[in-house]
Design a protein around this ligand. Structure first.
Ligand code: GLN
Length: 486
């Protein structure tokens, strides 16, 4: 019964040698979803019919020896990616009945490469959160401990992959939402360079920070998915027109000569001691693999959470103004007048975290406060970016912990927003600077996975994936699976 926990590359060869068919594989995951989703709540929508139809088509292609690089591989997609005619909610009541007339570029690209979408995964409302507790569709359980959160906002994707309810998934990361849930569920999660993957058709939270990426069992799988998610898209003005390297063919290039920066600011107060021990142990593996560790400073990174909680709400207040109950989104019943329509539609459609951020963002952008908050936060953002530019003159990668603690209990931090926001203290700076960053499983603390973060220079996803892959050749943390069975 290793199949639900097999990597994409293992499944790829099993499909190719016909030891399993795409239909059997798809059915296997659909059965697990039926049995385990009521416990985990990681899927919002499952499209069984569509998945099986695509699986049958995949089998025909495989039999002919044709098909794309991902043909027959069943994946899930975060419910923030629009998929034509498929309910796409972004975890919100506001979009509970939204069926987009188009698909997100990166979802289309994955399907064109042959991947089969099983369904859409649960997430924090509009990707705002670190625990999946802000979803209108209820919290997701961490498969490693059902009393704990899976991380957020891509917690549904993380739980689905970790529990073997799909072979891989997609996520989005605005401040850590791919990396932190990957860390909490024992997965590999990659946030690429800003602009590497098109944002077209991805429901916007904070447009200057949002970036899609793969959530997988291995770095090798992340390389495979990234090759098919990345690329220039004329429909996204911030999309990068850069060649896409063959990431999966460069994974074995030796790490000797690689300089890895260890940043003092990532070992700050608030970092759990046991997590720190795991991370420092992992450093030794990189040394054994031939890399050299160098101490570095990123002096402005401690300001990243404060800057983020001005910039992200400011952008979200603008992006979410479109949900007015008129053009699309939830509409209240029997409005008295236009004002009442707006107020009640938005009041009923959005949850508390989203409302709080719209209020904060509107305030930060208002005349008289713009300079004191928004402009200031942008200036801090530049300083954070400059720190990285300076650091990458001396090193190829920067490593440290992904999150300060392992997965916490459901409900534990809901009344303590600052503590919740500090979950992303090590991840946010990469979003502010637009840099690629990845989390890989590096150990466990009391049976819960711990993630190690690697941050790379612009467009150096290949270096991240290579380092991650070789770490995974030398360790087996990524092969551990939670004890959740039918
Ligand atoms: N946890 C952060 C927030 O709540 C980041 C979310 C994300 O990356 N989408 O905003």
């Amino acid at each position: 019964m290793t199949r639900p926990f097999s990597s994409l590359s293992q499944l790829q060869s099993q499909l190719k040698d016909r030891s399993i068919s795409a239909t059997e594989l798809t059915q296997l995951y659909l059965d697990r979803i039926e049995q385990l989703n009521p416990i985990l709540n990681c899927y919002i929508t499952v499209d069984e019919e569509h998945a099986l139809e695509r699986a049958r088509a995949a089998d025909q292609q495989l039999a002919r020896g044709s098909g794309g690089p991902l043909t027959g591989l069943p994946i899930s997609q975060k419910d923030i990616f629009c998929i034509k005619d498929t309910t796409t909610t972004a975890g919100s009541k506001m979009l509970a009945n939204f069926r987009p007339p188009y698909s997100a570029t990166c979802s289309t690209k994955l399907e064109q490469a042959g991947a089969i979408t099983l369904g859409k995964t649960n997430m924090d409302e509009f990707a705002m959160g670190s625990s999946n507790e802000t979803s209108f569709f209820g919290p997701v359980k961490n498969p490693w401990d059902l009393l704990r959160i899976p991380g957020g906002s891509s917690g549904g994707s993380a739980a689905a992959v970790a529990a073997g309810l799909c072979a891989a998934s997609t996520g989005t990361d605005t401040g850590g939402s791919i990396r932190q849930p990957a860390a909490m569920c024992g997965l590999t999660g990659l946030k690429p360079t800003y602009g590497r993957i098109s944002r077209w058709g991805m429901i916007a939270f904070a447009s200057s920070l949002d970036q899609a990426g793969p959530m997988t069992r291995t770095a090798q799988d992340a390389a495979l998915l990234l090759e098919h998610m990345a690329g220039y898209d004329p429909r996204d003005a911030t999309s990068l027109d850069e060649p896409i390297p063959k990431y999966s063919q460069e994974l074995s290039q030796p790490l000797s000569g690689l300089k890895i920066g260890v940043c003092r600011q990532f070992f700050s107060e608030g970092l759990d001691n046991a997590v720190e021990t795991v991370i420092r142990e992992a450093f030794k593996i990189f040394e054994q693999l031939g890399a050299t560790l160098v101490d570095i400073e990123l002096p402005n990174t401690p300001l990243s959470v404060s800057a983020y909680y001005v910039i992200a709400p400011a952008e979200c207040s603008a992006n979410l103004s479109r949900y007015d109950g008129v053009r699309f989104g939830h509409r209240c019943s029997d409005p008295k007048d236009l004002q009442d329509l707006y107020q009640r539609s938005r009041g009923e459609g959005f949850g508390n975290e989203v409302k709080k951020r719209i209020l904060v963002g509107t305030f930060a952008l208002s005349a008289g406060y713009y300079d004191a908050f928004y402009r200031r936060a942008q200036q801090v953002r530049r300083l954070i970016k400059n720190d990285f530019v300076e650091a990458f003159d001396h090193v190829d990668l920067i490593i440290g912990p992904t999150a300060p603690t392992p997965a916490f209990k459901i409900g534990e931090k809901v009344d303590n927003p600052v503590d919740m926001y500090l979950q992303d203290i090590f991840t946010i700076s990469a979003n502010l600077a637009g840099l690629p960053a990845m989390s890989i499983p590096a150990g466990q603390v009391e049976g819960l996975p711990v993630g190690l973060q690697l941050i790379g220079n612009y467009l150096q996803e290949g270096t991240l994936l290579r380092a991650g892959h070789q770490f995974q050749q030398a360790t087996d943390w990524h092969q551990l699976t939670p004890d959740i069975e039918l």
